[in-house]
Design a protein around this ligand. Structure first.
Ligand code: NAP
Length: 311
């Protein structure tokens, strides 16, 4: 039986299915740190990792020769140094497609929550400050008619477009990198000039991966190019935004609101996001449904099986 290290608590059903096919050891990379982790893993055939596990070049360089596969329980692979893995001949796999709908649902949840002032409305109840219906209480803004700009014209971006259109949002996407026939086919308008793209974003939604090019994308200079009181949505990765610039813009109301599912330094998020009335924030739950996490488990196991067969 091939030996697999699992670095985080997988859902019970996924862990059970993994244990039925592989010899499983649960050893936490995050809790132990790389040195102790490497001492404890022995000579496994594969690692199952998740976002937040720092599978960097230093760790990969020290992995035993036996490791042939690093299988991530996620679509994003920014936590894995892909070049270092390739240099060692280690296959890296992820779980795309099956989490597209669930994550797009959360993008819509964030758009609705940010525009409608859900953070402040929720606190009014939870902090027992509600004095009853009033004509001018928790003013949100209409979703219908707000222009949505998608940055990152891939699977989750596309599923977000379909949902937003059902809410009456005209959609455009940044096509400066590549034009998408799928986006064009459903009436999302391509805009190749970045400044023109940004100037139309009543709502800007980030759906690109975290890469050296996209890290720090949303900074003060970019925010200045958005319409006044624009809304920023992020289900991509926390490091796509510069927190200090976003928070300053929220405080001055240059940004109307944010809806964030992902953060720099998760789970140690910038504490100001917890209290700003115009920040609607969720703890990285994009793919967190029972059905989706099980489906991700199936893809994970199929990936492992394929990558390890014949080794
Ligand atoms: P995808 O289908 O690969 O879409 C990503 C899109 O971003 C692609 O169209 C890609 O274009 C584009 N892109 C890449 N680099 C770019 C750049 N520098 N500027 C503009 N666009 C760029 O991936 P997906 O399945 O939609 O997932 C997108 C991201 O969502 C993941 O990488 C992950 O970080 C995040 N995610 C978050 C959650 C959550 O729980 N919040 C869940 C799932 C995924 P090319 O095809 O031309 O490279």
């Amino acid at each position: 039986m091939k030996h697999v290290i699992v670095t985080q608590d997988l859902p019970a059903d996924v862990l059970q299915a993994t244990a039925a096919r592989f010899q499983v050891s649960q050893i936490s990379l995050k809790a132990l740190g790389p040195e102790a982790f490497l001492k404890q893993i022995g000579e496994p055939d594969a690692l199952i990792v998740s976002p937040g596990d720092p599978v960097n070049a230093a760790l990969i360089a020290e992995l035993p020769e036996s490791v042939r596969v690093i299988s991530s329980y996620s679509v994003g692979l920014d936590h894995v140094d892909l070049a270092a893995a390739e240099a060692r001949g280690i296959t890296v796999t992820n779980t795309p497609d099956v989490l597209t709908d669930a994550t797009a649902d959360v993008a819509l949840l964030l758009i609705l929550g940010a525009l409608r002032g859900a953070a402040e409305a929720f606190r009014m109840i939870s902090e027992d400050r509600w004095t009853g219906w009033q004509p001018a209480q928790v003013f949100g803004r209409d979703v219908t008619g707000k222009r949505l700009g998608i940055y990152g014209a891939g699977r989750i971006g596309l599923a977000t477009v379909k949902r937003a259109q059902a809410f009456g949002m005209p959609v455009h996407y940044w096509s400066g990198r590549s034009r998408s026939a799928d986006f064009d086919a459903i009436g999302a308008e391509p805009v190749s000039d970045m400044d023109a793209f940004l100037s139309r974003c009543d709502v800007l939604s980030l759906h690109c991966p975290s890469t050296p090019t996209t890290r720090g994308l949303v900074n003060a200079a970019l925010i200045e190019k958005l319409p006044p009181r624009a809304v920023l949505i992020n289900t991509g990765r926390g490091d796509l935004v510069v927190d200090g610039d976003v928070i300053a813009a929220l405080k001055s109301c240059r940004l109307g609101a944010v809806g964030l599912d992902v953060f720099n330094g998760e789970p140690d998020i910038d504490p100001r996001y917890r209290t700003l009335s115009n920040a609607f924030v969720l703890p990285h739950i994009g793919s967190a449904t029972e059905e989706t996490r099980l489906a991700m488990g199936k893809v994970l196991l199929a990936n492992l099986h394929d990558a390890l067969s014949g080794t």
